[in-house]
Design a protein around this ligand. Sequence first.
Ligand code: GAL
Length: 620
Amino acid sequence: MTLPLNDGWQFFNTWQDSVASGSCQDGTAVRLPHCNVQTPHNCFPETVYEFVSGYSKTISLDKFDDATYLITFEGVAHYSQVYFNGQLCASHGCGYTAFTVDVTQYVRQGDNLLAVKVDSRESLDIPPFGNTIDYLTYGGIYREVTLCVKRGVYVADVFVKATLQNASAAITFGNFVQDTQYTVAVKDGKEVLHSQTLTAREKTVEVAFDAQTLTPWDIDNPKLYTFEVTTDSDVFVTRFGVRTAVFTKHGFYLNGKRVKIVGLNRHQSFPYVGYAMPQSMQRHDAEILKNELCVNAVRTSHYPQSRHFLDACDELGLFVFTEIAGWQHIGGEQSRKQALANVQDMVLQNRNHPSVVLWGVRINESLDCDELYMQTNKLAHTLDPTRQTGGVRYLRHSHLLEDVYTYNDFNRDGASARKNVCGKNAPYLVTEYNGHMFPTKTFDSEEHRLQHMLKYARMLDGVFADEDVCGAFGWCMFDYNTHADFGSGDRICYHGVTDMFRNPKYAAGVFSSQGKSDFLSLCFVTDKGDYAESVSPDMYCLTNADEIKLYSNGKFVKSFTHKNSPFKHLPNAPILIDDVIGNRLTEEEGISPCIAQKIKRIFAEIKKSGEHGVSFKTKL
Ligand code: GAL
């Protein structure tokens, strides 16, 4: 039996031991997910959330002698100590991974007091802390909490490994008793496709099943199945998909077919509430990525994110690259130990999601540290032999201990040549580009937003030009609040293709125009007063239509296609509208085609350079 524990909490904005004992009375009633402070829109320092707070909740329970009581916290920022009936029973040192506390020995019949001391200070000796960070880390019990009551032998974990070649599940029992009978079933909705009853001789058993007849999981058809394990006293259900996902030096292959990864980085923050958003909003971001921005991949920068977000990625068909917490800084012994624990938690908690295709086992943009990263890499492979690893760096030709060279390419003029980054023999994936190279606000000038859009087009064009590049993730999906060392003076990093509220900028259209539903965005206005010296820059249209037709005052001027794009490799590349006159001078004014051509050239030059910028030759 699993019960949500999200309602009826008391929040204390200072910690006192009396929170754990239940004698502290000055709490505020809150529900989870909860941020320890409501933040302004911008211009606020990290100190607003940097404090130690307390949460408590009374839970009424029946105490059974054969029961195990497990409380799971899905995300608490950042260091938590859990008290049950006044006893300290667990602590957890990562704000981005879930943890489960076995409170069985402390449970009483009737009312029980659950209390959590939450340290949200950035002085903690755990990742991502220890140096500057380009994002805010917030505080509070910001994801959901559940209570699971298990009677007798229960199923503690199921890891489904299902590729096109073979499929099996590793099942681990809790309170294991020799010769436990259990039934496994593969289901498609309610339909049972495969079922067998077995006897467990060990605490962990491996059961093979036939996946050849199952429909593969694909981004266009994200078919999901469930795997169920039943004992006399428990049922465990997990979803899975059958797919083979491989990064090679000749590109990324899903089920044997090469797919170019076109993705965006996603932080998990929102305006006003930090990280504390419920299932609906986590899913909403995935829906925006898939259906509005039309990307096929997301990097959960720079930490594991909500299971609701990953569930939606599984269902919608979005590839996920998820990674351990951290930002450029590798800490001391204690912090490194935590980084290893974070790899373990990240893999164990997310390995049944078919959307996850790569583990990030380095702290984002940290320097080479073979001692640590050999361990993180090995651990990920041991816990999940089915997936490859990467580790995000900004270094060229750094030590590749992992399977994929994952590189943040902040090259000014579009994609760097792969051979200059990591040679030709490694699978190569661009994990960030743009970002701080060209911060752009939704309220910046037309020209600025146009340049922002063109930078995305240029980069992606370069990524598509080299078939062997696995793909690229832009920095980033939306603007975010940050520390004073980064961002604009208002402490917002305007790096998104959408703003903090997920409203699109022109650059978003470069992605949306790659999708299948009708899309058209004009990256210009016809009011020349919006442009400096009334000189309008190039006019671009982003669309997935094969052809667009330009009309002026109701009269047809000219058709344009993607061939009218300076970008030759990106599918549905931005269309350049470089002629707003068409044949009208001849058809409407009776001017000969030869003279009309000359006049058009003069108009084009005036449009481009302004009437004072026209060359002497043209004036003549
Ligand atoms: C990268 C970093 C990101 C973000 C980005 C801004 O170096 O990994 O977290 O700060 O720069 O462009």
